[in-house]
Design a protein around this ligand. Structure first.
Ligand SMILES: [Zn+2]
Length: 103
């Protein structure tokens, strides 16, 4: 066993005590977390009961890959996440297959 003395210890675990998963997972064209959520008015509520949050990330598009604004041109992307089940998205870019990946 080990003890974490920083405030980060609880941010890595959900309120159920499970490790938070990687944010920004796509299921086809849709964010996995929104597929698991119910729409309530303008907001989405995740299956755990928490309301989804959203951050805007600048997606870096490497040369040779074409984003919505053209080859090698970065663009903003709004990434939803569940603050209870997922870590907060920090950055986004294209992987070696040209697929959008959020970290
Ligand atoms: Zn959740």
């Amino acid at each position: 066993m080990f003890e974490l003395d920083s405030g980060e210890s609880d941010s890595d675990l959900s309120k159920e005590g499970k490790p938070k998963r990687r944010p920004g997972q796509l299921n086809g064209k849709f964010w996995q977390v929104t597929l698991e959520s119910t729409r309530r008015g303008k907001n989405y509520v995740h299956s755990c009961g928490e309301e989804l949050l959203q951050v805007t990330l600048m997606v870096s598009v490497p040369r040779g890959y074409t984003g919505p604004y053209g080859s090698g041109i970065g663009y903003p992307e709004e990434v939803p996440f569940c603050p209870n089940c997922e870590r907060e998205p920090q950055s986004a870019g294209y992987d070696s297959n040209g697929k959008l990946t959020v970290y």
